[in-house]
Design a protein around this ligand. Structure first.
Ligand code: ADP
Ligand code: MG
Length: 701
């Protein structure tokens, strides 16, 4: 088989040998010809262009010049010895400098001859020079060769010491790329290649390293990215198909008494069109006979709770129980209260189960669940404990999903003979590309419309020095009857510094807002749950004006009268967290405000985060910026994804290619669900080879 070539051990490559082979393995995990070919350049330097010496500045990347090398001289002693020379062209000159290999330089450059010089200009002591340039006599040949993009490869300190710097790796790539002619089997189906006019595998592997021109480099890159995305999409869609085929879902085909009577008599406001659409999507899913696995995205405040409730009522109408799982106690309690408020006197039995539920109550609850008398159970992680058993659990709603591990979710499955339908709600919008890769096997519903009458939250950024002004503003708001959050970062629960900041802040606020005129609450993670709850409730009831808190209030808390969110040390929060926090206000009819407080010195990224917050309220836009700033690897919930199996493709930049790949993956599986046809043999084999080295794809739900 032709692809044996790619499996050839790397030590068989000329210029490698056992020692370098070991190094390549240790440093870069390169074991075979194929691995080396997949060690793609991270960029190219344009060697088609010759700069004039007068154009050179310190912030240019690598540049290429042409001229005579004159005036070689030594200066300094011992370790600080160095050699300088001038590169002289028709316009002027630039200094070249060497710190090592000085002996070898003597007499190397002949006056009157012209050289090609290549290197990175830097500014040293106010003067521009190029250290350790590559130099070559100008000949027909090297002018021709120089008319190409030169690949740059990442290397390590250790590999550099053994001559495998970027240039050393380039030499190996060159040797290899001269051998690949007719050796590399195509792995994409012919049809895909011709439909999308993609380069062949062989051509793309050649051109990605040594492109003949920038256009073909781009085509090579696109082909490789496409294939990377295609593999991911094929895997995700297969997981989804297999689940749909092998896992039967409960059929909820009745819209019954509970759903209808709630809709008719208890709905406190008309649903938005987005809410209606999403409920319809979920209903269709749950009535299809397949098990639902759906991701429900909606910005903070878009009204996901009522959607969840109506879906749970639907489960009840079909004779099933439902549960709603929240990431924290506070949130679970809040959900419990708001559901009870929404349901009023409807005959729906709702229970609450958290870590703090007393043993006696717990026993009663367990009984009611097993007997099927309890219709809806709200709770925290406590829900997934083994002794919690349902008579017939039909729907699980998971709120703020990213806080739950995969393992925990899968436990819920085992609570019934058939797995329940699963609705995952997230208030942190996920950029489309990320959703498509991470949750590509889930169906997705989006609430893209806010309830009417909401005023845009006004966001401003102040420096700590402007604090007095902020206090003044707070007083005005309190006088107008509003309530205020002041949130402190508590990145690490164990960091005493963070607590000190919080307590200092609390003290200074208590001083500026003294009793009896003002009342200030405080809530943080080191308080006993009962105290926390007590304080929280005081604020919810409007008995205190200001809530000083850590991020425990981040998600879900709903106090419509709170109209100001002040975020201290805002530079220490990530964008999605800032957006979440801001979502705690703007829930009532009043104009709401978010004030971002930071120190005077802000890094570039922090500044961009603040500016983004000030500029927009759109969670999806914010999520996109967040993704770009942090990269996919850092986003919450993505660490476990193994998403980084991607080498060239970048979900923050290659959305269009990803889209194509998704479409093609669906087409391929449509025609050949198991990838068993011979036209797909090479594709399947390539996916298997890749899979050996990464990811557990069965991870979701
Ligand atoms: P989230 O999507 O952040 O969970 P919630 O479900 O908590 O949002 O809803 C936020 C607020 O908006 C709640 O006070 C809720 O009662 C209200 N709300 C939800 N849907 C509507 C609607 N269609 N019209 C008016 N208010 C609504
Ligand atoms: Mg919510």
């Amino acid at each position: 088989m032709a692809n044996n070539f790619l499996e050839t051990p790397i030590e068989y490559l000329k210029g490698v040998g056992p020692e370098r082979a070991k190094l390549l393995k240790q440093e870069f995990d390169i074991l075979s010809f194929g691995d080396l070919l997949r060690w793609y350049p991270y960029r190219y330097v344009d060697r088609t262009r010759f700069y004039k010496t007068t154009e050179i500045s310190g912030d240019l990347p690598y540049v290429q010049l042409r001229g005579q090398i004159l005036g070689l001289k030594t200066s300094g002693q011992g370790k600080s010895m160095r050699m300088t020379a001038q590169l002289v062209d028709a316009n002027g000159s630039v200094e070249l400098v060497w710190f090592a290999g000085l002996k070898w330089l003597q007499g190397k450059y002949k006056p009157g001859l012209e050289y090609v010089v290549f290197g990175k200009p830097t500014v040293y002591n106010g003067k521009i020079n190029i250290a350790h340039p590559e130099t070559e006599e100008v000949t027909e040949d090297n002018l021709k060769r120089a008319s190409a993009l030169q690949p740059m490869y990442s290397s390590s300190e250790r590999s550099k010491m053994k001559g495998l710097d970027s240039k050393g790796i380039m030499k190996l790539q060159k040797t290899l790329s001269l051998m690949i002619d007719k050796q590399i089997e195509e792995t994409l189906p012919e049809k895909t290649i011709s439909n999308l006019k993609l380069l062949s595998k062989e051509e793309s592997l050649r051109q990605i390293h040594f492109p003949s021109n920038p256009q073909i480099q781009q085509r090579a890159e696109a082909r490789i990215k496409f294939e990377e995305f295609l593999h991911i999409q094929l895997r995700l869609l297969r997981v989804k198909m297999m689940r749909q085929e092998n896992v039967r879902g409960w059929v909820f085909d009745t819209v019954g008494e509970k759903f209808n009577s709630f809709f008719k008599d208890y709905l406190p406001f008309p649903l938005t069109n987005a809410q209606k659409r999403v409920i319809k999507e979920i209903r269709q899913d749950m009535g299809s006979g397949k098990q639902m696995n759906r991701l429900l995205q909606g910005d903070v405040g878009s009204g996901k709770t009522i959607v969840a409730l109506m879906c749970m009522l639907l489960a009840n109408d079909n004779g099933f129980q439902a549960c709603l799982m929240a990431p924290t106690e506070i949130l679970a309690v809040q959900h419990f209260n708001s559901l009870r408020e929404l349901l009023q006197d409807m005959p729906v039995h709702v229970g609450l189960l958290t870590g703090n539920t007393k043993t006696k109550d717990r026993r009663i609850l367990h009984e009611a669940l097993r007997a099927g008398e309890m219709h809806i159970l709200i709770g925290t992680h406590a829900l997934i404990e083994d002794e919690v058993q349902f008579k017939n659990l039909g729907l699980v709603v998971i709120d703020e999903q990213h806080r739950f591990g995969v393992e925990q979710r899968s436990k819920l499955w085992r609570k019934n003979s058939n797995p329940p339908h699963i609705l995952v709600m997230t208030a942190t919008p996920i950029p489309r590309t990320l959703a498509m890769t991470l949750y590509g096997d889930l169906d997705s519903s989006i609430i893209d419309e806010m309830p009417p009458g909401r005023k845009q939250i006004k966001t401003v950024h102040y420096y700590d020095s402007q604090r007095l002004r902020v206090f003044g503003f707070m007083k005005e708001q309190i006088a107008a009857g509003r309530q205020i959050y002041v949130v402190y970062p508590l990145i690490d629960e164990s960091k005493t510094m963070d607590y000190k900041n919080l307590m200092d802040g609390y003290e200074s606020i208590s001083r500026a807002f003294p009793l009896p005129e003002f009342k200030v609450s405080i809530v943080h993670g080191q308080m006993k749950p009962a105290d926390k709850n007590f304080e929280m409730q005081r604020f919810v009831k409007g008995e205190t004006n200001i809530m000083v808190a850590t991020t425990v209030i981040e998600v879900g808390v709903n106090v419509p009268n709170a109209s100001v969110m002040i975020i201290e040390s805002a530079e220490r929060f990530g964008l999605s967290q800032l957006h979440q926090l801001r979502g705690r206000v703007g829930r009532g009819a009043e104009q709401s405000f978010c004030i971002l407080m930071t120190g005077a010195k802000l890094g570039k990224d922090s500044k961009l985060r603040m500016d983004t917050m000030v500029r927009t309220n759109d969670g999806f836009e914010i999520a996109e910026v967040d993704l770009k700033l942090r990269g996919p690897g850092d986003l919450e919930g993505t660490q476990q994804s193994g998403l980084l199996g991607l080498r060239l493709a970048d979900i923050t930049k290659d959305a269009i290619i990803l889209q194509h790949a998704r479409g093609v993956a669906a087409e391929i599986l449509d025609d050949d669900p198991t990838l068993g046809k011979s036209v797909h043999a090479a594709l399947l084999q390539e996916m298997k080879r890749e899979q050996k080295s990464s990811v557990n794809w069965g991870r979701i739900s």
